[in-house]
Design a protein around this ligand. Sequence first.
Ligand SMILES: [Zn+2]
Ligand SMILES: [Zn+2]
Length: 341
Amino acid sequence: MEFLGEILTFGIDTVIFAICLRQYIHCRNAIKAIQNVELHDVGADLENLVNNTHNKIDYIAVRGLVKPLGEPLQSIDKKNVLGVIQKLSVKEHVIARTSAGFWSDQKRTMQKVYNVVPFALKNGFYYAEVIDPLSANILDLDVISNHYEPIVPTIFDHLWGFLTGIRQRGLQTTEKMLRVDSVITVIGELSKSETKSGMLTLQPPLNGSPFYITSMSITALIRKIDDHRRMYRLVCIICGAVGLLIGGTVIRRYWKDKERKRTAEELRRNLETSRRERRQRVRDADLRADQMCVICNTNAREIILLPCGHVCICEDCSSSINDNCPICRTRITQKAAAYII
Ligand SMILES: [Zn+2]
Ligand SMILES: [Zn+2]
């Protein structure tokens, strides 16, 4: 393949472009959706609003205090901290040799565990239960603890690292929680609970709008998503420019190649014609019958046929005689110019 490198780069570029474009559109739609959303505190007003809209609001922002519906989760590291969502993760810090031969710092998630208990947003006597919190597009959790333990390498580790291209540096364990009694905003679908009377439920919207559980204000959330949107837009522009550049280079090279072949063919044809004309001019017009080509009876005999060795045709006729010698019918394996002085 002539343009394999370019096609591969173009393919990777297109994939990155497509992913970023998708994310960009997602962010843009999310911002549009959140900008139009109404913010309400859990309470009597919200209950009335739900009752007046056939027990369901497709997209709304609801603010309240986090309360567990049952026993809360206890932090592993700080026993006095209680929460409703707990995320435990172990990351390995390594220095890995990249394909370019350099060593670079990398983090690899070795384990990630979520613990969740049912919880609701509370305000006074009013509750709104949050369903399926882990499917939220943004889920803000507080960092409860973050420990890093460096690994002291032995000589064996150094040798092993050199051979495998990975050197371990340390382990990072992190605990994050959604704390009890923290104020959060949930943006999603609100409806009356079918199972628990008097309870509202907040869940991921069925119409595909993003679901957010955040401690940020709505403006801060929009700003955060807008930052992502800008980043994806920048990557899209860069990838688009790279794609155009590669496409342009390939087309230019293909065009030049074609042009070069065309010029070479034209030159070859011109040479052929001029050679033929020159030969025509120097031909002897006064030939004996046994000196004339047996095919056209006009030009001199100029070509020797091998293996039989007959010199019986001119160069013009030789282009149409390829199979057998016209004199002895021997199969022709080769033709060459014959110079008879
Ligand atoms: Zn001839
Ligand atoms: Zn022959």
